[in-house]
Design a protein around this ligand. Structure first.
Ligand code: ATP
Ligand code: MG
Length: 398
């Protein structure tokens, strides 16, 4: 058997899942399959196929076509929640001479110019005749004899070389060709959430954070035509596309608030505009969540960031809502949210200057400590259920 270039995907928390573990692993395998779907074929060989094998709590991924460098799919895999590390490795027959040959051919070159290395061997397949320290010593010897200037350091080497004896083959890899996975839990393992997605910086980060804990995300975006443009909505669709690289397919709902906003402006106290509007937004979100069996609502709110995110405002805005609401950014500073937005690739799109329905008709002096009695009095001047129903009826789904 020739050596095969593979990727080893290792999971984190899933390993702690006891009896449910198989369910989590299967879901992760499906998500990996979806993430690499677009690489199934490549131009050189129309039949090249990406293979995934699950064995002893590790996934091995390789391509049938030796001309396709499997490292090409690392960027897509590094967005799959549930994977903690990705090792670029060689898979070879469980024969010590073959392993040595492969180490010389592939690992010796990556040690070139390094000061020190160490070899770790792990024998998950106990039937292999050599014990771990012996395997490590033999592989260390051949690599050392190949490289005149390197030293062996078994405490803190510049590069760790690992040899893993598994049921499905021997694997060899080096720590300088190891990549970080996205961590978290596989999407689909922890319920469903309706993300209130604006064009801003915070809400895409909020969706990312919940999806990272395994939640399947749908998105709801509010518009206010003609005060907001089609291009503003198109920007939010682009944001959800970026998110879907992590979260898988996202169902996108869009609802117009124009009539509601015009009524609030006409009949209500201007300082209460934002609070009143946000109550409508949450009521509509709750009804969409209920009728689509979505477990919870997710927002990008961060405590104290703006007038509608003081504790008094949050209490009033969510009064009467009985769907769980998650606000994963609530305890984060803006700088921390921006850091995540940059990392996940939404920041550049978020800062494009388009109008948002919440900034149309914003009061000059928004209340920071709204009173519930006053809100209810203002709302009594509006046809609450008719407005909510007409807005919900005009829903647009992608
Ligand atoms: P973001 O950066 O996410 O836009 P923000 O700091 O601008 O947040 P607000 O405008 O007060 O804060 O909005 C708070 C939250 O309400 C947002 O994080 C988002 O979840 C939701 N939201 C605001 N505007 C919209 C919108 N047009 N459509 C859907 N949800 C929205
Ligand atoms: Mg906003």
């Amino acid at each position: 058997m020739q050596e095969t270039k593979v990727l080893l995907l290792k999971y984190g928390e899933i390993a702690l899942k006891g009896l449910n573990r198989n369910k989590f692993e299967k879901l992760l395998e499906q998500n990996v399959e979806n993430a690499v779907k677009k690489y199934k074929y490549n131009s050189n060989n129309k039949n090249a196929y990406i293979n995934i094998e699950r064995e002893q709590s590790i996934m091995t991924v390789w391509c049938d076509d030796p001309n396709f460098d499997i490292d090409n799919i690392i960027p897509a895999l590094s967005k799959v929640f549930g994977i903690v590390t990705i090792n670029s490795a060689l898979k070879v027959e469980k024969n010590i001479d073959k392993i040595k040959e492969t180490a010389l051919k592939y690992i010796a070159p990556v040690l070139d110019g390094k000061k020190s290395f160490g070899v770790l061997a792990k024998r998950s397949d106990k039937s292999f005749p050599l014990k771990s320290p012996e395997i490590a010593a033999q592989i260390g010897d051949v690599l050392f004899s190949e490289n005149g200037n390197i030293t062996v350091d078994l405490k803190n080497p510049e590069v760790w070389v690992a040899v893993e004896m598994r049921n499905n083959g021997a694997f060899i890899h080096a720590s300088n060709v190891k990549y970080h996975g996205a961590g978290g839990m596989p999407v689909g393992s922890n319920g469903t959430g309706l993300l209130l997605l604006s064009g801003g910086i915070d809400s895409p980060v909020a969706g990312y954070m919940m999806a990272r804990r395994g939640m399947k995300i749908s998105a709801l975006h509010f518009t206010s035509e003609p005060y907001t443009s089609e291009r503003a909505r198109e920007k939010v669709v682009r944001l959800s596309k970026i998110l879907s690289e992590y979260c898988g397919d996202i169902k996108f709902y869009s609802v117009s608030l124009t009539e509601i906003q015009e009524n609030i402006r006409k009949y209500c106290d201007g300082d209460y505009t934002t609070v009143l509007l946000r109550r409508f937004m949450i009521r509509i979100a709750e009804s969409i969540a209920k009728s689509n069996n979505i477990d919870c609502i997710i927002t990008g709110e961060s405590l104290g960031q703006v007038a509608s995110q003081t504790i008094e405002a949050v209490k009033v805005i969510y009064d009467g809502i009985n769907t769980p609401v998650f606000r994963p950014c609530i305890g984060l500073d803006k700088s921390q949210i921006i850091e995540t937005a940059e990392k996940i690739g939404t920041y550049e799109t978020s800062i494009e200057p388009y109008e948002d329905c919440c900034t149309v008709f914003t009061p000059r002096h928004p209340v920071t400590k709204p009173k519930l009695w006053k809100v209810l009095e203002e709302e009594s001047r509006l046809d609450k259920s008719g407005l909510t129903k007409r807005a919900s009826d005009g829903i647009y789904v992608i």
